[in-house]
Design a protein around this ligand. Structure first.
Ligand SMILES: Cc1ncc(COP(=O)(O)O)c(C=O)c1O
Length: 414
């Protein structure tokens, strides 16, 4: 049935033509947020009033297919694995907030990573950090290695380590900065120069920083990857991933992988991430403020041995972090003076406001034990060698009142 506006079928056809043009324009051009300041960008990125109703929020196009007037004659949308208007609005927003030209949304962060590795061929080499999200390590070592891709793990915080393993076969350098969970910092601009000289792509996992704190494409990276599950969604209610890039050829290859392999997010989830992005700047400001307070509180606690947070002036990556990030965020890890797993377990199970859970970047504070949770897939010897001890505790500091968070930690640490 036609909507009330379209009692006249010709008027409807005209509208639908405009509608398709509207979405095509949205997918290839930045809307009026280009050049605007951060808050304006996050709120308005990719958002245009819906052409059919004027709805200010992007509608959830909950459809699997689109009716064609004749075979091959469609309105820009054929089948929802290939195109969906809600996803397109999100992908446009992702491009804008990462200062890129093209965004692609995936059904999870690991699906986005999977698409990047599928750009490669057997025999290609990838340089990756020794300290990164355990699921990325698991995918590289347990899934793609057996297809003949070689992964070389180095401490990327010292970029000389990258230079020393680059060969003519290096096709991708993968970095994560700050790293999960040890908050190591890698100089993105320096690695971008190394990758250009080597003729390799540089992909930066920007999940921990979020586009509010850091924009790797501005520093020379080729691809930015996000677990949108985290700060972009921001409310612990969605699993999703993202890639952003400037090069059109690269976009075409990654889009081909996205539609061929099919790891696309549903429209409802795209809507949730669009909504999350609108408040990213206000949430991140509070994550940073609380992060600073909690990191300093822990550092002065008599029972705490070491706090890993890149905002400390004596953090080895502080100068680089200060240069390439706008602030230092709310992610941190710490160890206790009683470096036993039992003492760590006691803290992990005693907090009330900090919920014991995997994931990060939501409004609520989370506490996590990397060795048995997020990084359990990394062999123990490897973890220990790279500084990830059994007693390490990771915090995702949320945006509650900092005093309440301190009270919770004080009670749990004892
Ligand atoms: C830094 C980082 N990258 C990638 C991922 C994977 O994202 P997802 O869980 O959305 O698949 C995570 C998940 O924790 C992460 O922390």
């Amino acid at each position: 049935m036609l909507p009330v506006y379209f009692k006249n079928k010709n008027a409807c056809n005209g509208f639908l033509h405009n509608f398709a043009t509207y979405f095509k324009t949205m997918s290839t051009e930045k809307n009026n947020t280009a050049g605007k300041k951060l808050a304006t960008k996050f709120i308005h990125a990719g958002a245009e009033p819906d052409p059919s109703t004027g709805a200010i929020m992007t509608p959830i196009y909950q459809t699997s297919t689109y009716v064609q007037s004749a075979p091959g004659k469609n309105k820009g949308f054929e089948y929802a694995r290939s195109q969906n208007p809600t996803r397109q609005a999100l992908e446009n927003a992702l491009a804008i907030i990462e200062n890129g030209k093209y965004g692609l949304a995936f059904s999870s962060g690991v699906a986005a990573t999977d698409a990047v590795i599928k750009l490669l061929n057997p025999g290609d080499e990838v340089i990756a950090p020794v300290d990164m999200y355990g699921g990325t390590y698991r995918m590289f070592s347990k899934i793609f290695q057996k297809f003949g891709i070689k992964f070389i793990y180095v401490d990327t915080a010292d970029t000389k380590n990258i230079e020393s393993v680059v060969t003519s076969k290096t096709k991708l350098i993968w970095i994560e900065t700050p790293t999960n969970p040890l908050m190591n910092i890698t100089d993105i601009a320096v690695v971008a120069a190394i990758s250009k000289r080597a003729g390799a792509l540089l992909c930066v996992d920007n999940t921990f920083a979020s586009p509010y704190l850091q924009n790797p494409l501005d520093l020379g990276a080729d691809i930015v990857m996000h677990s949108s599950t985290k700060y972009l969604g921001g409310h612990s209610d969605v699993i999703q991933g993202a890639l952003v890039m400037n090069d059109q050829g690269l976009r075409e290859q990654l889009y081909f992988i996205q539609k061929s392999c099919g790891a696309v997010p549903g429209p409802m989830d795209c809507f949730l991430v669009i909504r999350g992005i609108k408040t990213l700047h206000v949430r991140m400001k509070q994550h940073c403020e609380n992060g600073n307070i909690i990191a300093n509180y822990l550092r002065n606690h008599p029972k705490v041995e070491k706090v890993y947070w890149c905002g400390f002036r004596d953090h080895p990556g502080y100068d680089t972090a200060k240069r390439q990030m706008r602030d230092f965020g709310g992610m941190m890890s710490f160890t206790l003076k009683d470096n036993s797993i039992e003492a760590a377990m006691k803290v992990l199970s005693s907090t009330h406001l900090f919920s014991l859970a995997e994931s990060l970047g939501g409004v609520e504070s989370l506490i996590n034990h990397p060795a048995s949770m997020t990084h359990a897939s990394i062999p123990r010897e490897e973890r220990i060698k790279n500084g990830l001890s059994d007693s390490l505790i990771r915090l995702s500091v949320g945006i509650e009142d900092a005093e309440d968070l301190i009270e919770d930690l004080a009670m749990a640490i004892g």
